[in-house]
Design a protein around this ligand. Structure first.
Ligand code: CTP
Length: 400
């Protein structure tokens, strides 16, 4: 993926001796698939759990196991490698490794490389909960954070011992997200504040039933991740969705269109860009029943719906760049052009939501992007994350 912050980056993956080692293979795979050049360093203890060949097979690059391996360029030349690294990830990072790094101990290839690098180092601890809580580990971590190391996790949950506690290795996807955010933080959106809406709003009918739509929230969260990966400070106003909150993004959960409007008013004051990817319900029930509406024999339920405000049209802040989405099932370009004019937008992204291979709940989308002059760009089908970058490229031109 060309526009991903990990693409073409030199990543050193340090793997240390925890049972969570096997998850590092998945991490190496995810980093490699995103275009990173991953060189792996395994400590002696890690090699008790896992074979270096696993990493070599996935990354097709060097795997260092021994500081004195004359056949291995990285081992011999570890200072040069430390200098050319864009980042180092230590996952899993054991209590022992954290202690060694915090004391500058360099008796193995990982320790020497970390001492010799100026690149950001991300530590993903994994250990027994008691070991993590121990003041020795906590002091080592606090000192490392103070020196500028980044820490991802650990997570709370069941550990190999069978005990439940704080000590599980972070989800590998989360480690990838933290790394992306760190690598992208000085990119073109640094110093910019972006507000994004996502999901499908819900309007209550009674305590049990709602009116909603098919929006999954994937597009809005993809834009949020892409903006974060380009250094933006991102807030997402999210209507109900089953998705996990992305790392490094402030997410405010709301339910109805009116909630969303209120939240946008609160957050948009000092923002540079608003991107409304949410599918906002156009109507709400005139009255919401306080108790569950019972079904009576042969009786229909007639619900009176009143119009919700058009949020985009109601925004007064003229300095805000406004991007809307047009969800259409017919006359895509014509309808999207009307919306960009009526809602006074800077850009509109039109998509055909009747297609099952794109749009609602899909990981891909195929859209048209239209500017206020009526110029139409047809974009090919791509992942929502890639599309997010395409949208952000165009917004960047407007910001300039
Ligand atoms: N939108 C909004 N407030 C609404 C409805 C929609 O701000 N009450 C925003 C959406 O977030 C989207 C854009 O307006 O960015 C277009 O939404 P869409 O659902 O495609 O169109 P509508 O304006 O609702 O018009 P219609 O339902 O007639 O197609």
């Amino acid at each position: 993926m060309n526009n991903h912050p990990l693409n073409n980056k030199n990543v050193i993956l340090g793997v240390t001796g925890s049972i969570a080692c096997y998850k590092a293979i998945d991490l190496a795979s995810k980093l490699t698939q995103l275009g990173a050049k991953v060189d792996t360093i395994l400590t002696d203890s890690a090699q008790q759990f896992i074979n270096p060949i696993s990493f070599k097979s996935i990354t097709h690059r060097q795997v260092v196991t021994n500081l004195f391996d004359l056949d291995n360029e990285l081992a011999v030349n570890h200072v040069a490698m430390a200098e050319s690294a864009d980042c180092i990830i230590v996952a899993p990072a054991t209590a022992h490794t954290l202690a060694k790094i915090s004391h500058g101990i360099s008796d193995d290839p990982l320790g020497t490389t970390i001492l010799a690098t100026n690149a950001p180092v991300i530590l993903a601890p994994a250990m027994d909960g008691k070991m993590f809580e121990n003041p020795a580990t906590q002091e080592n971590l606090a000192q490392l954070i103070q020196r500028g190391f980044f820490v991802c996790g650990p997570e709370f949950g069941r550990m190999a011992s069978g005990l439940v506690g704080l000590g599980r290795l972070s989800n590998t996807q989360d480690i990838v997200q933290v790394t992306s955010m760190i690598l992208g933080k000085n990119s073109d959106y640094s110093q910019k504040k972006i507000l994004i809406t996502t999901g499908g709003t819900q309007e209550d009918l009674d305590p049990v039933r709602t009116i909603t739509n098919r929006s999954s929230g994937k597009m809005g969260f993809a834009i949020a991740e892409a903006a974060r990966d380009r250094g933006a400070e991102v807030t997402v106003i999210s209507a109900p969705t089953s998705l996990n909150n992305p790392i490094g993004i402030n997410v405010e959960k709301i339910k109805s269109a009116i909630d969303m409007q209120q939240s946008i008013e609160n957050h948009s004051i000092d923002c540079d860009v608003l991107i409304m990817a949410a599918a906002v319900g156009d109507w709400r029930a005139k009255t919401i029943a306080k108790t569950k509406t019972k079904k009576l024999k042969d009786q229909n339920w007639e619900i009176e719906l009143v119009k919700n405000p058009d949020i985009l049209s109601s925004i007064k802040n003229d300095s805000l760049i406004k991007v809307g989405f047009a969800a259409e099932t017919e006359n895509l370009v014509e309808n999207a052009k009307n919306k960009i004019t009526n809602k006074k937008l800077d850009l509109i992204v039109g998509n055909d939501v009747s297609r099952t291979d794109i749009g609602f709940n899909s990981d891909n989308n195929e859209v048209v992007i239209i500017n206020p002059y009526g110029e139409v760009e047809n974009l090919p089908k791509m992942s929502k994350y890639e599309l997010a970058h395409e949208i952000l490229d165009r917004v960047q031109t407007l910001l300039n």
